[in-house]
Write a protein that binds this ligand. Structure first.
Ligand SMILES: Cc1ncc(COP(=O)(O)O)c(C=O)c1O
Length: 382
């Protein structure tokens, strides 16, 4: 059985608050009861706060982040549309694959490992490619690289190209204000910086993207992943389309309330501070980060360990110290560790991780004299 006190620091899902867990443990409710209707309506309003979305449409669907990505692709794109996919890790590839499956013509623009997309290279590609849309990742969880989404969207706007942003590992921890960003569609999932349970996907859609959907030449090739079909339900959640995952939605509702209570600005600040402290502590141990300094994220950090050691480090952290982190993705499985430090992850958790990591990778070190903790502390005190 999972240790109930384990600190879950994988890059999603993350540790849930006791309030969220209690909300999910309520007796089963009807999905069309006044109680559920009220909570769902309020969740949509709270999602608008979370996204900074007063100008566009807001959606909350049962489904993981990939459902959100596919819903964006299926609802907006038509067969043969030319799509530019920006890749800063595994999830950029996924966006490209989804567009290809739905018979778009996809060009992939890949940044070197650890780097965000270079704006000059991007602009050149945009101008030469006659694209309908660009799909990109805010923070790629596989590399912990964060893109400069404001600059990317501005270039899309200047070139009359739609911009679609996967902020599954961003929203709630990294700054994104939909009304200032002017992207056409931004999506996220419930289990990362929102600190809700897995199973919800949230999308914001601009008025102009909406009119692109309404004016499609071909029908949307999906029943479920069809935003046109979901709009009446978002306007009045009493209308039945499919049965939502009631408990998941109640958990998300509580997590969104907690975000509002903390305040977004404070939440972004907390995430940045914890991320900087973690990075400083890791570097004090001589560990090399995957993301370059200008591409780092406040939500997730990937760092290299001695090749072949990641499984042992992960296991010792978990078994001995009750901290659960993730290993690298794909070819970096054995040489990388990834840490999710979003949602409810606190500065105490950061200190615990640094202290435990030092004990593991520097034999002979003492917890009371942890170099990593000592170097991180001044950043946390600020
Ligand atoms: C950046 C990013 N995009 C998309 C996804 C896919 O989300 P899900 O696993 O909820 O389908 C993930 C999942 O980790 C992610 O990190």
């Amino acid at each position: 059985m999972t240790n109930p006190d384990e600190i879950l620091m994988i890059p999603g899902p993350t540790t849930l608050s006791s309030r969220v867990r209690a909300a999910m443990a309520l007796p089963q409710q009807s999905h069309v009861s006044p109680e559920f209707y009220g909570a769902f309506k309020e969740s949509l309003e709270l999602s608008r706060y979370l996204f900074g979305n007063r100008s566009g449409l807001q959606f909350l669907l049962t489904g993981s982040g990939t459902i959100g990505m596919e819903t964006a692709v299926v609802s907006l794109f038509e067969p043969g549309d030319r799509i530019l996919a920006l890749e800063t890790g595994y999830f950029g590839h996924r966006f490209a694959a989804l567009a290809e499956i739905h018979t778009c013509t996809v060009k992939q623009l890949e940044a070197p490992l650890g780097k965000k997309i270079d704006l000059d290279t991007f602009e050149k590609e945009l101008k030469s490619g006659n694209y309908k849309a660009v799909v990109f990742t805010h923070v790629d969880t596989s590399t912990s690289v964060m893109n400069d989404i404001y600059a990317l969207v501005k270039l899309c706007q200047n070139n009359n190209v739609l911009s679609i942003c996967d902020s599954v590992c961003g929203i709630g921890g990294a700054k994104m204000v939909f009304d200032d960003l002017h992207a056409d569609l931004v999506l996220t999932a419930s289990q990362k910086a929102i600190a809700g349970p897995p199973g919800g996907t949230l999308l914001a859609v601009s008025e102009s993207a909406w009119s692109v959907m309404e004016k499609r030449k071909t029908p949307i090739q999906s029943y479920y992943m069809n935003l046109l079909r979901w709009k009446p339900i978002m306007d009045d959640p009493k209308i039945y389309l499919t049965t939502p995952a009631v408990q998941v939605m109640l958990g998300i509702h509580e997590a969104l309330l907690e975000i509002k209570e903390e305040g977004l600005e404070q939440r972004w600040e907390r995430h940045s501070k914890n991320a900087e402290a973690l990075v400083t502590g890791l570097q004090s141990l001589g560990l090399k980060l995957c993301a370059s300094p200008d591409s780092r994220a406040p939500t997730v950090t990937a760092f290299y360990v001695e090749d072949g050691k990641s499984a042992d480090i992960q296991e010792t952290l978990r078994e001995k110290y009750g901290i659960h982190v993730a290993r690298g993705f794909g070819e970096y499985k054995d040489s990388m560790i990834r840490v999710g430090h979003f949602g409810n992850i606190s500065e105490i958790d950061i200190i615990a991780l640094l202290g435990a990591l030092e004990l593991i990778i520097k034999p002979g070190s003492e917890l009371g004299k942890s170099k990593a903790v000592e170097s991180a502390m001044p950043l946390l005190r600020q």
